[in-house]
Design a binder for this molecule. Structure first.
Ligand SMILES: [Zn+2]
Length: 174
């Protein structure tokens, strides 16, 4: 059951940032899906697939070992459009409240000596990795988040009405 009315994001206006995509009741509790957007959709080049894949492994490992938040991490994974990631956390927190968590997770990429979990037993495409590329994208995002820490635009989606398909159904995407 939805806890907040879902809306459509105006992708022509979205900037990199940390956004609440949706919150849902699950069982007796709730989970929040965050949009961790690194690139301006359709304006900046999207993230290179190999670097994206390495960022998925690196940051999943960091989040799932974070002493204060590891028990709340439900999911971390890339968007198909390769401009950002989805983070699902237990509970309902505004996006501002996870600024430090996200910032530190991307900072940790700079210290990584290797990408974890890249053996064929652990990964579905173990050749598709790029640690140096991941570090480059992570450093850019860290600088951006630091420079825009007080900018409300990095925490609030530019909203638009959710479009309907020809047969009247809601259209959902990322
Ligand atoms: Zn993998």
């Amino acid at each position: 059951m939805k806890m907040i009315e879902s809306f459509s994001v105006d992708h022509t206006k979205i900037v990199p940032g940390i956004f609440v995509s949706r919150a849902d009741k699950v069982g007796g509790g709730a989970v929040t899906t965050y949009d961790i957007r690194l690139k301006r959709p359709n304006v900046e080049p999207a993230i290179d697939a190999a670097a994206m894949h390495s960022l998925e492994h690196l940051i999943a490992t960091t989040l799932r070992n974070d002493p204060e938040n590891k028990d709340d991490v439900v999911y971390w994974g890339p968007m198909g459009c390769l401009t950002g990631f989805y983070l699902i956390l237990k509970g309902v927190r505004p996006s501002r409240d996870i600024y430090g968590l996200v910032l530190n997770a991307f900072r940790s990429v700079g210290d990584a000596a290797e990408v974890p979990g890249t053996a064929p037993e652990n990964c579905g495409n173990c050749l598709l990795h790029d640690l140096e590329g991941a570090k480059r994208y992570a450093a850019e995002f860290v600088s951006y988040l630091e420079a825009h820490a007080d900018d409300p635009a990095i925490f609030e989606y530019p909203k638009t009405d959710r479009p309907l398909t020809e047969d009247g159904r809601n259209f959902y995407d990322s």
